[in-house]
Design a binder for this molecule. Structure first.
Ligand SMILES: Nc1nc2c(c(=O)[nH]1)N[C@@H](CN(C=O)c1ccc(C(=O)N[C@@H](CCC(=O)O)C(=O)O)cc1)CN2
Length: 291
């Protein structure tokens, strides 16, 4: 068996094309384009790349960028004040704080300062609560992007065994809840899980969101499983995920590459969330952006 590639890069490009076309029509009618404020603190090089990618994608589809880079010594109070300003700014539909923040800042407190209807990262308690209750709300970009990718390839989820390796608030936990909402039977695995391989071998849908190169070997994958690699590891040889791509490709039915899989969907979903927030603010009828 050779797994079919879940091509997030192409799907993300198509989604961006649809957003661009729709915004070119709608923004003049509304009288302004959507706006996204990105707050990036410090000089983490990976964050620089991600923020650059977000700003470039915004420009491509017709979303105005606000915010920018702030020095590592910026205080909690200054950042909270900045967020309050963006909360009140009528030109801004989405606000996000690029993570990770410098260690002396309390990211949870800052995230809760963002007004929930502009929380395009879906990390405010209100949006996490809606996710828990299965109510519509803004959803974290990577988990929502993974669900969109699986939906695009019509991967059946109902009644399937899903194992999510990783329990972060950014990816693992919300993704598990979204899979559960699609009627999968979900198990979370983490650093204290005994016999990880025994568990992952039972998975019809295996998600790895840990950030450890080589974590998922072919022996850990059930033949025919769908494997989603959310890991991002920078190595001398370039960017790799958590999954032994070549080995697992011979066992799985579907597999996401790194790069070109989930990461590209994260940015596309951020644009979609910003446009969703803009649409709600102006009571627009939103098309189904399906890629
Ligand atoms: N506030 C947030 N911070 C972080 C998030 C997030 O969703 N919200 N996620 C990650 C980083 N991230 C977005 O911020 C992100 C990760 C990966 C990619 C991506 O496109 N990856 C490409 C490869 C890009 C490259 O060559 O470096 C891919 O996998 O194909 C985009 C965004 C942590 N912080």
């Amino acid at each position: 068996m050779t797994a079919q590639i879940l091509d997030g890069k192409t799907l993300a490009q198509r989604l961006k094309g649809q957003l661009q076309t729709w915004l070119a029509e709608v923004s003049p009618q509304v009288g302004r384009p959507p706006g996204l404020a990105v707050i990036w603190v410090g000089d983490n090089p990976a964050s620089a790349a991600y923020v650059g990618q977000k700003q470039k994608s915004c420009a491509q589809v017709g979303i105005t960028s606000f915010g920018g880079q702030f020095p590592a010594h910026t205080s909690q109070g200054e950042l909270a004040h900045l967020i309050q300003q963006f909360n009140q700014d009528e030109r801004v539909d989405g606000i996000l704080v690029q993570l990770p923040l410098p260690a002396d800042l309390d990211s949870t407190k800052l995230l809760h300062t963002i007004t929930p209807d502009k929380d395009v990262d879906g990390l405010h308690l209100v949006n996490l609560g809606k996710l828990l209750r299965g109510e519509p709300g803004l959803q974290s970009c990577t988990p929502a992007g993974v669900m969109r990718l699986l939906g695009h390839y019509q991967i059946p989820l109902a009644g399937k065994q899903a194992v999510v390796v990783g329990r972060s608030i950014l990816v693992g936990k919300p993704l598990g809840l979204l899979l559960l909402a699609s009627d999968a039977t979900v198990t979370f695995a983490h650093s204290r899980t005994p016999d990880l391989a025994g568990l992952t071998r039972q998975a019809d849908i295996l998600i790895s969101a840990v950030g450890r190169q080589g974590l998922i070997t072919p022996q850990m994958v059930k033949p025919g499983a769908v494997v989603v690699d959310v890991g991002i590891n920078r190595t001398p040889a370039g960017l790799v995920g958590d999954v032994d791509f070549v080995g697992v490709q011979a066992v799985a039915s579907y597999l996401t590459p790194v790069p070109g899989g989930v990461g590209a969907m994260t940015v596309a979903q951020l644009l979609l969330n910003t446009v969703q927030s803009y649409g709600q603010r102006h009571e627009l009828v939103m098309p189904q952006f399906s890629g």
